[in-house]
Design a protein around this ligand. Sequence first.
Ligand SMILES: [Zn+2]
Length: 518
Amino acid sequence: MKKIKCLLLLVLLLPAAVGFSQSKDSLIVAAIIKEANENSQLEKLGHELIDGIGPRLTGTPQMKQAHDWAVAKYGSWGIEARNEKWGEWRGWERGVTHIDMVYPRVKSLEGMQLAWSPGTGGKTITAETIILADVADSLAFQQWLPAVKGKFVMISMCQPTGRPDYNWEEFGLKESVEKMKKERTAQTEAWRKRISKTGLTNKDLARALEKAGAVGIVASNWSSGFGVNKIFGANTTKIPTVDIALEDYGLLYRLTESGSKPKISVRADSKELGMAPTFNTVAEIKGTEKPGEYVMLSAHFDSWDGATGATDNGTGTLVMMEAMRILKKLYPNPKRTILVGHWGSEEQGLNGSRAFVEDHPEIVSNIQALFNQDNGTGRVVNMAGQGFLHAYDYLGRWLARVPSSIRGNIETRFPGSPGGGGSDYASFVAAGVPAFSLSSNSWLYGSYTWHTNRDTYDKIVFDDVRSNAILTAILIYMACEDPEKTSREKAVLPVSPRTGEPGRWPEKRSPTRKGGVD
Ligand SMILES: [Zn+2]
């Protein structure tokens, strides 16, 4: 309260010749930048969430812990916050994974069980490895299947190189690079065929191996960078599925293939916790003049659990929390209501945000604008009108207030297209809400941190995240203050070169409210 009074006083003391709202805007914008730069809470919030609580896989106790942490954090800033339950998910908790090669020599291997993997029941299982056979057809596969009994089955291809392409392209001879790529493409295609010749989908294959008495499944989902694998969910229901890093997987594969009969010991602990409720954390700063109109901040809160979800979407979460903190401090009586949504279960199909759209039609029909961030730690470099015909008018007005050092990096496209279903803005765009994606520059997000075992605190580029918090706070402030309500008129979408038909607006989709069981 005190701070805004000071600010208002300053505004009132300005010479009357200066346009009132222009100067008020300039003052608030300057104050936002100063607060973000001189009193940043990003590092502290990042440490508490990403190091302290860790990954936020849907259905885990850590996800719930994160929701509670956010509510308490908002409370400490005087912001009203709540956890809204919207569904339930298979509850599971990750324990330790230890994987060692114990024959023909001893080496601890880098690997971990996949999300929702069954454990080894408190035991360490030691067994030989076997590679998924290259069979002629599904019948031959069924005949081969008994061979997996009592063994760990390796179901991934052995990558020919652990060096990312950019490394080859920098140092390799042109002909070597081309040869490597050609061979790898052929090998990848052959492996795809090897799987398809079993006649089974990935999921059914895992279940068939389990049924045939395999003691575990070993996979390696390389993410095309040094030391990175992607860690998704297990398909098995009784035996563990582990991912082993490219280097160690290659070692094990080559030894198995050459007939050395390697053995590995695996201990995987995990707990099944029945069904667990799923939430969105929603916090708000009530509007004074138009409390029934909303300006929204948006970022999914859940993550995969190969690492700690630092850039997917720890950083988007930090941007929104820091912007809220700053706005509450400097702009506690906004014209419109400021709402932030920290969504659950984005990774399983935008479930939290879709549920919010479904459950709150009264809010959804009165959202002035929404800003979502979810593609890594980088500074925002792209924004589009998301297919809204007049987005240029209002986004243009708001962006004009963003300092050129930040705005200058942003390429804009108007009216743009509604975009795919890549993140939670899409749940709102589908409902006709002017919802925009704050799109970051890459920092090699796709290969190095997105859903990988390396998505950790050290990958955060705090200067970029700070810049995004400033951008978001200014856009939210401007959207709140804008005398006009934003238009929702949709642009005619361009004809698709593929179908020859005009592009279609995405349809509203219902969330999965009960998930992770089948
Ligand atoms: Zn994400």
